[in-house]
Design a protein around this ligand. Structure first.
Ligand SMILES: Nc1ncnc2c1ncn2[C@@H]1O[C@H](COP(=O)(O)OP(=O)(O)OP(=O)(O)O)[C@@H](O)[C@H]1O
Length: 285
């Protein structure tokens, strides 16, 4: 085929599609991680180098190209953990993801149950499509497998990271002690405390599934798409987690199922909040 750029054949088209696909996959790997800021820096650096080349600024262009070579090695050293994790993700068989998801689901649900039984407050956000990197950056970075004792230890009273939220990415705990955006205190959720409003707030701004254990009531709930779901028992929690997170076939933005009472309440003036039909949390001034 003849184009303004000359002769283009099937191989060229295939080549372009593959390169675009690889660039996009590379972008997906770094987005939401600390590497994204470095990537921006590299793009600025490359831009300056290109301008220096075009304008014939020989010395600057020479220095930048030398620095680029050294920088490439520095990047590999600096981002060795991220690179390893990314390569592992690329090479991991799909079946292992599913099996791992099942284990994580069970551990997560069991940890929630134990925290609820002991009335230990907890806040856990599970990342889906929207990267939670900016919220993870407000806390302490971790890289740990999800396990019942680990989650219990994180939220134990007096534990250094028990304040704030924990963030899960896939099967890993990636941050703890994170600050989530608070839902504005007006309207439906004004009676709730800050833990619940932080859960609702984050779920409003992202597609994360946010789990809350109430310290006061020992209840387990899910906030999704700016709505706080009803109290859940262990079986219901597992079911919701399977549907919302660990069963990838289901559309990501599917809402938390409502109880018949909730649906009835949604037609009432104080609205769409499941809060109006459930046991109430403590009143706030
Ligand atoms: N913006 C926030 N991001 C993450 N965690 C928060 C945020 N604000 C408060 N928290 C957590 O919530 C805790 C306070 O919970 P508070 O008692 O005010 O809320 P609550 O919704 O009534 O929860 P509970 O039913 O567990 O008492 C804090 O100690 C902190 O761990």
């Amino acid at each position: 085929m003849l184009t303004p750029f000359g002769q283009v054949n099937v191989q060229d088209v295939l080549d372009m599609i593959l390169v675009a696909f690889l660039v996009y996959q590379g972008y997906l790997l770094v987005v939401g991680t600390r590497a994204v800021n470095v990537l921006r820096g590299i793009l600025v650096f490359a831009g300056v180098w290109l301008i220096a080349e075009v304008m014939g600024l020989t010395t600057l262009s020479y220095l930048l190209s030398r620095a680029g070579t050294v920088g490439l090695f520095a990047l590999v050293v600096l981002f060795q953990p991220e690179l390893r994790a990314a390569l592992e993700r690329v090479g991991r068989p799909r079946g292992r993801d599913v099996a791992e998801g099942g284990v994580v689901l069970q551990d997560l649900a069991r940890a929630m149950e134990r925290l609820a039984e002991r009335k230990t407050g907890a806040l856990i956000a599970i990342e889906r499509k929207t990267p939670l990197g900016e919220y993870a950056a407000t806390g302490v970075r971790l890289d740990a497998v999800v396990s019942v004792p680990f989650l219990e230890a994180l939220f134990a009273r007096n534990a250094p990271l028990h304040d704030g939220g924990v963030i899960l990415q896939s099967s890993r705990v990636v941050a703890a002690g994170c600050l989530f955006p608070l839902q504005s205190s007006d309207g439906t959720y004004r009676r709730y405390g800050t833990r619940h409003r932080a859960a609702i707030g984050l779920s409003e701004l992202t597609d994360a599934v946010v789990l809350v254990v109430s310290e006061e009531r020992g209840s387990m709930r899910i906030a999704l798409a700016g709505q706080l779901g009803p109290d859940l028992n262990g079986t219901e929690l597992r079911e919701q987690l399977r549907t919302l997170v660990y069963d990838r076939q289901v559309p990501v933005n599917r809402r938390v199922d409502r109880t018949p009472d909730d649906t009835a309440a949604a037609t009432g003036p104080e609205s769409s909040s499941p809060a109006s039909t459930e046991a109430q949390p403590r009143e706030r001034a």
